[in-house]
Design a protein around this ligand. Structure first.
Ligand code: GLA
Length: 391
């Protein structure tokens, strides 16, 4: 039997969060906000090199029901983790540990950036989520962004996204870039979000391919961004930029032949391959946007697959579970497929003719089972709404 992971409607999600709040707290509910997870269509491991990426917001979201306090206490509850109670002063770089680092970190970062008042009095917050955890679909960004919007609903969303990144980097100690938070806060329904990480400017590229489905394959191979491998890749990319005398590899990606020659001149083979991924991936994003603008989904699909091969061979962030998902989907007729997100586990996406989804699922699942890999879970998704107030 196929395992699906489903989203809820906004009304269902709001009701679930409100119910959870009422079970946990005896205070009066102030409101409910939600923020989506994301899949990145293309532009992977380039956000921290000032590059371009092209995520969509998922229909799967995290909702938070909140109520302000006046005594400086923060009380955090989630259907997916242990309760956490603390004071504003208990939160700072590296503290607290565990899931609470993300929402507590958001409160800390919002205060640091002056996006909530200095005399902020604390909050009761209850989270429920349909974004699978550890699946590489940005459950942490959804957690952060839902609370950020709940606490500072009128703040500029670019600044809110930056505060959430700060929470993730400085409090949760995950050295990620800014793609996930931008996708969650700044996307628009029906569109992919073209994020330029150098300027943080975004534009919206329609993504509603007729006759095609976007399948998300959660390989169920656990994916973690705080275990050191993501940090190692990021450090290599920054080292390559330093050796080549540029502030970021993006600058080389914008220099055509001179840029590629510079990357070829790197002596260290591993560093050269890492840098090559980054500059070739940025070029693929530009081509992918052009393909979408001209409804050329065959070309778009080829670029997705080329991105996967680059991530697998040159950047080395894939794994047998992701390769299996991508290869099986391609053999079953996908126009393109690739790992999405940080890698080392997590999820893949496949772009398929509507009528080919069932066959692709059977192929991906069948080969996973044959090879003794975990049984994947599936969802078909479309470009969905960004963070919003639900109730
Ligand atoms: C994770 C990070 C993002 C980005 C991707 C890889 O999702 O949170 O900032 O670096 O990996 O593209």
């Amino acid at each position: 039997m196929t395992v699906w992971f489903d989203a809820l409607s906004d009304a269902e999600l709001a009701a679930a969060a409100a119910n959870s709040f009422r079970r946990e707290f005896d205070t009066e509910l102030g409101g409910v906000w939600a923020a989506p997870g994301r899949v990145n269509l293309i532009g992977e491991h380039v956000d921290y090199a000032d590059g371009l990426c092209l995520p969509i917001a998922l229909p799967h979201s995290t909702a938070v029901a909140v109520s302000p306090r006046t005594d400086g206490l923060i009380r955090l509850r989630s259907t997916d983790g242990d309760p956490w109670d603390g004071r504003l002063d208990d939160v700072g770089p590296g503290r607290p540990a565990g899931w609470a680092a993300y929402p507590a970190g958001v409160i800390w970062a919002l205060r640091e950036k002056g996006l909530i008042a200095d005399d902020f009095g604390g909050v009761d917050a209850a989270f429920v989520s349909t974004v699978p955890i550890g699946a590489g679909l940005s459950s942490s960004a959804a957690l952060e962004c839902s609370l950020a919007l709940a606490l500072a609903p009128d703040a500029d969303r670019t600044e809110l996204a930056a505060a959430c990144v700060r929470a993730e980097n400085d409090v949760a100690l995950a050295p990620t870039g800014g793609m996930d938070q931008a996708a969650s806060l700044r996307s628009s329904e029906g569109d992919a979000l073209l994020l330029d990480s150098e300027s943080t400017a975004v534009s919206h590229v329609p993504f509603a391919p007729e006759g095609l489905s976007l399948l998300v394959i959660d390989t169920r191979a656990p994916h973690r961004l705080v275990d050191g491998r993501y940090a190692k890749r990021r450090a290599a990319v920054e080292r390559a930029a330093r050796q080549l005398g540029v502030g970021s590899l993006r600058q080389l990606a914008d220099r055509g032949r001179d840029g590629t020659d510079a990357v070829r001149s790197l002596k260290d083979d591993v560093l050269r391959r890492r840098a090559w991924h980054v500059i070739s991936e940025i070029a693929r994003v530009r081509l992918a946007v052009r393909a979408l603008e001209s409804d050329d989904f065959a070309e778009f699909g080829r670029l997705l697959y080329a991105s996967h091969m680059s991530l697998a061979r040159d950047f080395e962030v894939s794994c047998p579970e992701l390769d299996n998902a991508v290869e099986s989907a391609m053999i079953a007729g996908a126009l393109g497929a690739r790992m999405t997100g940080g890698g080392f586990g997590g999820s893949a996406i496949a772009l398929l003719p509507d009528g080919g989804v069932d066959d692709a699922i059977a192929a991906v699942r069948g080969r996973a089972v044959e090879r003794g890999l975990p049984e994947p879970a599936f969802a078909t998704v479309s470009a969905s709404a960004p963070a919003r107030r639900l109730a």
